[in-house]
Design a protein around this ligand. Structure first.
Ligand code: AMP
Length: 114
């Protein structure tokens, strides 16, 4: 059994509130939302960090972004707008080492981020 939480969600071993699923990606609600709408979009295949992605992952990363946009539409925050974030490694604030796109909506976001 893998010790990657997100691989276990993909495998159905840990429950998640699903938003959408495709052949290659899964979107679900974040367990500890930091905005009224907070989704995570992950590839089914384990890639630890964005720094580990290669040119072979180009198509998959595009699918991840497009699934994020679709998740935002399904959550009803596409019209007003939303924030997408992918944290990378320690200084980027990454805590789960299986790449994931945060989709945050339902309130305004400031720039620069903290
Ligand atoms: P990051 O800090 O960018 O790695 O984001 C990891 C995110 O995963 C955090 O926002 C957590 O709240 C979220 N998270 C951790 N475990 C789960 C889980 N089992 N189901 C849903 N979201 C989770």
């Amino acid at each position: 059994m893998t010790d990657c939480i997100f691989c276990r969600i993909v495998a159905g071993e840990i429950p998640a509130k699903l938003i959408l699923e495709t052949e290659n990606v899964v979107a679900f609600h974040d367990l500890n939302p930091v905005a009224p709408q907070h989704a995570l979009v992950i590839p089914r295949r384990h890639i630890a960090t964005l720094d580990d992605a290669t040119d072979e992952d180009r198509e998959l990363l595009g699918q991840l972004m497009l699934a994020g946009a679709e998740a935002a539409r399904l959550l009803g925050c596409a019209e007003n707008g939303y924030r997408t974030v992918m944290n990378c490694k320690e200084s980027g604030g990454q805590s789960v080492y299986h790449i994931h796109l945060h989709v945050l909506g339902g309130r305004p976001f400031s720039w620069p981020p903290g």
